[in-house]
Structures are given as C-alpha cells and as structure tokens.
Design a protein around this ligand. Structure first.
Ligand SMILES: Cc1cc2nc3c(=O)[nH]c(=O)nc-3n(C[C@H](O)[C@H](O)[C@H](O)COP(=O)(O)O)c2cc1C
Length: 135
C-alpha cells in the first residue's frame, strides 16, 4: 500500500501532528507545496483553521487532487474554537470525487492563551493511536 502525508501549518501544530503520522505510517510528511506525483492508496491530510476557515493553501491543494491520483484520504487537524477543520476538508474532497475515510482526528490547537500548549503530548499520543487504526 502506498501512503503519502501532506499538511499546511501556520503555527507549527499540523507539522507536529504530521511528524507523528509519519512515524506511524513510515512516510515522510511534506507540505502542500509538494504535489502527489505518483498515485497513492492513502493520503493523510492535515491542517489548522484561521478565522473560521481551513488554511487557504490547503483549500487550493485539495482542488488539485483527483480520484485517479488518490484512492482515499484520512483527515487530521487542530483548531481552537470550531469543533474541527475536517468537515470543511471532507466537503471539498468529496466535491473533487475523492473518497474520504469516515475516520478522522481532531484536537485542540492553541490560539494565544486559549488551549495553550495544545497539541500536547496527550493529543499526540491520541493521534498516534488513531493513525494505527487506519493502516
Ligand atoms: C490568529 C489566529 C486565528 C485563529 N482563528 C481560529 C478560528 O477562527 N477558529 C478556530 O477554531 N481556531 C482558530 N485558531 C486556532 C488555530 O486553528 C490552531 O492554532 C491550529 O492548531 C493551527 O494549526 P497550524 O499551526 O497547523 O496552522 C486561530 C489561531 C490564531 C493564532
């Protein structure tokens, strides 16, 4: 099974999370600047939220994806106020005809003093356990 990881991060949180995903699945996390050149069975996609929206760089990236390149996407991310970035990601992915795994992972991501320190060790441990269930 071929696996790829892409993320976009403003404050380093999705990068930390992508690192954990990479450790579990044995793939190198890359930012959304790097296109998926070969078809992949599973793409792990991670982002944060800014002013209520997933990062626009992630939106643009998702619009470049096609079902012949990506069989299934597993979403992960963090945010401070809204419940999760995943519904926005899923909606866009589905509109591109891409299969989105029903399973996803979200944790809190600090916004100044709000949820300070998150994602923390516990969040990253939870992510590790979640990713193990997806492979
Ligand atoms: C200036 C700023 C604006 C933010 N706006 C939102 C927001 O509107 N809704 C939300 O849920 N989280 C918001 N957040 C929290 C981020 O989504 C959170 O820090 C996330 O972990 C960032 O992930 P990243 O570092 O991978 O980009 C905001 C954070 C900052 C610093």
């Amino acid at each position: 099974m071929t696996t790829a990881i892409r993320y976009y991060t403003k404050f380093g949180h999705s990068a930390q999370m992508a690192e954990v995903v990479g450790q579990v699945v044995g793939a190198k996390p890359m930012t959304v600047d790097v296109p998926v050149s070969e078809p992949v069975d599973v793409l792990y996609l991670g982002t944060g939220v800014l002013f209520g929206r997933i990062h626009k760089e992630m939106e643009h990236y998702i619009r470049t994806l096609t079902p012949d390149k990506v069989k299934r996407v597993v979403c992960f991310g963090s945010c401070a106020i809204i419940p999760s970035p995943v519904p926005q990601m899923s909606k866009l992915l589905s509109s591109q005809g891409i299969a989105v795994d029903q399973r996803s992972f979200t944790c809190r991501g600090a916004m100044g003093p709000l949820h300070k320190g998150h994602p923390d060790k516990q969040d990253l441990d939870n992510l590790r356990k979640f990713i193990q269930t997806t492979i």
